[in-house]
Design a protein. Sequence first.
Length: 152
Amino acid sequence: MRTRGATYGCRLSGHIWLALLPSLKGATVPFTWFAGYILLGLYYPLLSDKRKVTLFVMTAWFGEMITLAASGLISVFLFGEYTSTLNYPFIEVVRYIALGEFFQHIDALLLAVWLPGTFIELATYHYAAVAGLAEWTGLKDYRALAGGMDPR
C-alpha cells in the first residue's frame, strides 16, 4: 500500500512547477547575457597561462554582473512599470543624459561601443559553430564550413 509523502520530496506537485515557471522565464534573458562565458570553454584548452585568464574572466564576469544590475536598477528607477514595455531600456536612459548644451547625444557613444562588441560576439559564435561542426564531422580544416568567408 502506498502512502502519501512516501517519495520524500522526489515528486513535486504541478502547483509548485507552475510557481517556478515565471522565475524560469525571467531567467532566460539574463542567461543569454552570460552565455558567452560558456563559449569561452572552447578556447580554454588553447591557452598557455590558464591561471591568469581565469582571473581575468572572473573579473570580467563580476564587472558585467555589477554593470547589468546597475543598468537594470537605473532603468526601473527612472521608468518604473514602463520599463517592461521597452526593448532596450538602458538606451532610453542614456538618451536622457545631457551634459550642458554641448554634450547632447551621448547615446551615439553607447552604440559606438555596443555595435562592435556585438560584431565580435557574433563572430565568436560563428567560429564556435564552425569549429564544433568540423570537429563533430571529422573534418581536418574548419575553414571549408565558414560559408564563403575564406578569401582564397
